[in-house]
Design a binder for this molecule. Sequence first.
Ligand SMILES: [Zn+2]
Length: 510
Amino acid sequence: MTTKLHPQTVVDEPSLLSFLNELEEQLQAISCTLSELAFVQYQTKRRPEGMAEAEGAQAALMSNPDYQEMIGRFAGKVDDPVLSRRVEVWLRAFRGARVTANPDVRALVNEISDAIVAHRYDVQGDELDLGGVRFLLRTEPSRERRRAAWLAFAPLSRRLDARTRELFRLRNSIAQVEGFETYAHMQMEAQGLTLPQVKAILEELSTASEPAYREVLEEGAGKQKLSSIQPWDIKFLLDGVGGLPARYFPRSGIIGRLDEWAGHHGLDLKELGISVHMLDIPYNGLCMGITPRDIRILGNWADGHNYYKTAFHELGHALHNAFSDPGSYILRREPSVFSEAMAELIGYTVQDPAWLSHVGLSASEVASAATQAMGPWFAYLRQRTAHALFEYEAYANPDADLDVLNAGIEARVLGCHFDESPRWAAEPNAWYTRYPVYWQNYVLADVVASQIHHDLRRRFGAVWRSNNALEHVRQHYWAPGGSLDWQEKLLRGTGEPLGTKALVADLSNA
Ligand SMILES: [Zn+2]
């Protein structure tokens, strides 16, 4: 299906350009097939025919030593800035594939994530799935039963502890061949970040938002008459009750609100090739860019404000995808941290007071919405921060007592008592295994989204229904794609380097 490429004939920039055009055309064709098949898999819940073949073709392309060697020779030696950027992005992609396509890594990833997905948790004699355990941690008024739910992660964590450390060591060993201290360092580089920079941002955000966090947490503890806060109280206190009235946010209204949002900004989702599909998927939402003109949002939604948040988040992914126009396929692929930020940028719509009153909330409901959102938002950011900081330490010290290490980080970041019962290797949904060094992307996405929203408000006053604000976003963040480093885009777009000030303000002004 593909013509043969001849890296040995590439001698100068023009021949490099035509080689990369052809290579990217092939990769795009394979990726398109893979996403079509993945969509079918979500619909039928069966692995469709042809999937293994397409995966094999992708792995072969991404691990071709002749391509890597030839493109590597041009590193830092190309005059044309866009071509130079393409070389850089290709070399990063090859490097990442050396870990993800490694057969031993793949075997361990499958073994561990299968065990996590299949596991059933024993809570006081009840056999529960992950959703059941999480529901208890969020809503169960009996503290003893919450504690039992918390301890239910221990048997699985003990069982997977050694194999997960092995996976960490294996990834480290490949990263070290590439010249990185640990795999976490290498993954950060692929995101256009450095590990010390990310750690500093996460610590700064925690410290600066600590007074506001303490207030929310202690208010919750006071209401529940708890004199001490244990790890199994956190989700219950922050995320358990309250929320905006579900009657304003029916499942049946979600797609209409997305279309309406687009209409207010002079856009037509159909014309952009963006479609929405209600499917029983293992996530709340998902966005698949099959081609630039076929972008599918998949939603597994119910009634409630949360699901509107997810839907607008996915719309952000879709618009980023639809308006990305860097003139090269490989440059359409941007670091996940930036993609998540672009999704959150539109996801923030559902907490905008102007939008909330537009969908029918009364003035007093709008006024209390920000306060009500704080507990769940802190739960979201702080748990992810703790997971991320733990993961970096685990890669740095894979032989340490990781239960103790994890408990120490959680106690500090979440503000609860130290409890070393094993749980790190039973981490829900196997993120450490399947999406390594990914947790910080969610936290940084909000750092970026808040920074851009503050800037847009300074420039245009309002964001909801502002075509000027949307045009600014399109021009500065979406259209250039990966032809510019994302931190550079943020600097040019907002006039300031990446910083936590705006998110800290959003978290403190409820
Ligand atoms: Zn997302």
